[in-house]
Design a protein around this ligand. Structure first.
Ligand code: GDP
Ligand code: MN
Length: 336
């Protein structure tokens, strides 16, 4: 996309100035991390990196979610690296655990098959809980109700460049819904029936499909089949009002009722990506080239002219995932 306009950047001499003195405007936004207590080392490192590269200048609050109570150690160590407000909240059990109406024998058979086929997290129920929670529930958490925007952060991710502008305000002013840094192919074996289920949904609800949608990024044959391209959702900057809205709520309920989060291993990444690509216009999706980002094993490094220098990036442009054969940047570029 086009470069971020100058007005969204901080003044060059603002280093060390407190956000409250510096900023005239803030978005209704939070930084958000789902984590286990056992993730504490990597979780603290991620947060410290984003504080250093971005949030120490902007002072957005943090929200941490966990299906168990956070330990005192987690809270103490985390708050020690955060300059703004942090909230540690527990997830209601019915937002997290496998529902009773799921046929456990069928679910177990699905897991066993994926273990036999060597699918990553194929045998894990907790991973499925997490994917379903991130697909349909995090934005319903009571703590998040007051926020419109979130930036999803995971343990042990890296931010390779200074982010000296406010991505939330940029998105708000430009009517964006969803921002990403890395796009790639999903493992087809984790979502055998997701596309057919989606087609069934849009046949029943053609009114939710946006005119200028991004179908051309996800399908090479006008929507007949899914090319497995999705936005890597361990990084997301997005508008929760979209997830809370009618189209996505109905879509999620439809998917959930099919049981594919447990019978298969539907990920929140393809679910979010398909929804935003179909139910929003393609220009409501933002590729954040300026944000250098790494989640093992892949890195996005800014390719934009000057962005790498301006952001004092410590990544190598040549190694950016954008140019990798598994990247879906080609499919993204072709619809621009
Ligand atoms: P991957 O990136 O797909 O390999 O999956 P991760 O292990 O990074 O999990 C994705 C996110 O969900 C991370 O923020 C994890 O900390 C979090 N997560 C995964 N499983 C659980 C879980 O059982 N409980 C909690 N509270 N968080 C989890
Ligand atoms: Mn991860």
């Amino acid at each position: 996309g086009p470069a971020i306009p100058e007005e969204y950047y901080l003044p060059a001499d603002s280093l060390g100035t407190h956000p409250d003195t510096l900023l005239t405007r803030r978005a209704n936004a939070t930084l958000l991390m789902l984590a286990r207590n056992s993730d504490v080392d990597n979780a603290v490192r991620s947060v410290r990196r984003l504080e250093d590269r971005f949030n120490r200048k902007f002072g957005y609050p943090w929200v941490f979610l966990n299906e168990e109570p956070f330990s005192e150690e987690f809270k103490t160590r985390m708050s020690n690296v955060i300059g703004s407000e942090a909230t540690y909240a527990q997830i209601p059990p019915h937002h997290w655990y496998q529902p009773d109406w799921i046929d456990e024998d069928k679910a177990r058979a699905g897991r066993d098959k994926m273990v036999a086929d060597n699918i990553i997290y194929g045998g894990s129920v907790s991973y499925r809980n997490m994917c379903r929670f991130n697909s349909g529930f995090f934005f319903r958490h009571p703590i998040l109700q007051k926020y419109k925007w979130y930036w999803r952060v995971e343990p042990d991710v890296h931010f390779h460049c200074d982010v000296d502008y406010d991505p939330f305000l940029y998105m708000e002013d430009h009517n964006k819904t969803y921002g990403f840094t890395i796009t790639m192919y999903e493992f087809g074996a984790t979502i055998p029936t997701l596309w057919d289920t989606t087609k069934e949904f849009i046949k029943a609800h053609p009114e939710y499909v946006a005119k200028n949608n991004a179908m051309g990024y996800m399908s090479d044959d006008n929507g007949n089949s899914y090319n497995l391209c999705h936005f890597w959702s361990n990084f997301e900057i997005a508008n929760m009002d979209f997830w809370r809205g009618e189209a996505y709520s109905k879509y999620f309920d439809f998917l959930d009722a099919k049981g594919g989060f447990y019978y298969e291993r539907w990920g929140d990444a393809p679910v979010h990506s398909i929804a935003v690509s179909l139910f929003q216009s393609k220009d409501q999706i933002q590729f954040f080239d300026e944000i250098g980002y790494e989640h093992n094993p892949y890195t996005h490094c800014p390719k934009g002219d000057g962005a790498w220098r301006r952001g004092k990036c410590d990544c190598e442009i040549k190694h950016s995932f954008d140019y990798n054969g598994y990247s879906c940047m080609r499919q993204w570029d072709r619809i621009q």
